[in-house]
Design a binder for this molecule. Structure first.
Ligand code: HEC
Length: 125
């Protein structure tokens, strides 16, 4: 279930506009994540529940715990979007789902929220 409010509201921890080093628009990244990636991936901040691909909070739990910087995550996700997982079975992740600035925005958004603990009491539903 995707809450319509999530499409426009900049949720907790997500700033719109320029973020970090680059020009990433995290609000745009979140919106695109929900529409383009959420059908296959669970990500708590985006409120998506896809189960075809890995839960991205879980996938990044370990590197986060090891102290990876957001910029490293961003590079990883950016590469993942470009390459996809064309051989994943039974449902592959197509390469180049997003390109250019849109891919950058989604990568920055995922890097900023994946495996970041929600505030106590926040619902993950
Ligand atoms: C059609 C379903 C589908 C869509 C849409 C999709 N993915 Fe995936 N994704 C997968 C699958 C399946 C895998 C796992 C492949 C494997 O590990 O065998 C995956 C893996 C990943 C991984 C690697 C996770 C890890 O464990 O390291 C990342 C990051 C990722 N996807 C991000 C995205 C982003 C960002 C989008 C939107 C631009 C997206 N995915 C759209 C199916 C999808």
């Amino acid at each position: 279930m995707l809450g319509a409010a999530g499409l426009t509201a900049s949720g907790c921890g997500v700033q719109s506009g320029v973020a970090g080093s680059g020009q990433a628009d995290l609000a745009n990244g979140k919106k695109l994540f929900i529409t383009t990636c959420g059908g296959c991936h669970t990500l708590a901040d985006a409120g998506t529940k896809g189960t075809i691909g890995p839960n991205l909070d879980e996938a990044y739990m370990e590197p986060r715990a090891e102290g990876f910087e957001d910029s490293s995550f961003e590079a990883l996700v950016r590469e993942q979007i470009m390459l996809g997982f064309p051989y994943a079975h039974p449902t592959p992740m197509p390469p180049n789902l997003l390109k250019g600035q849109d891919a950058q925005d989604v990568a920055a958004y995922v890097a900023s929220v994946a495996a970041v603990p929600l505030p106590p009491g926040a619902s993950t539903q």
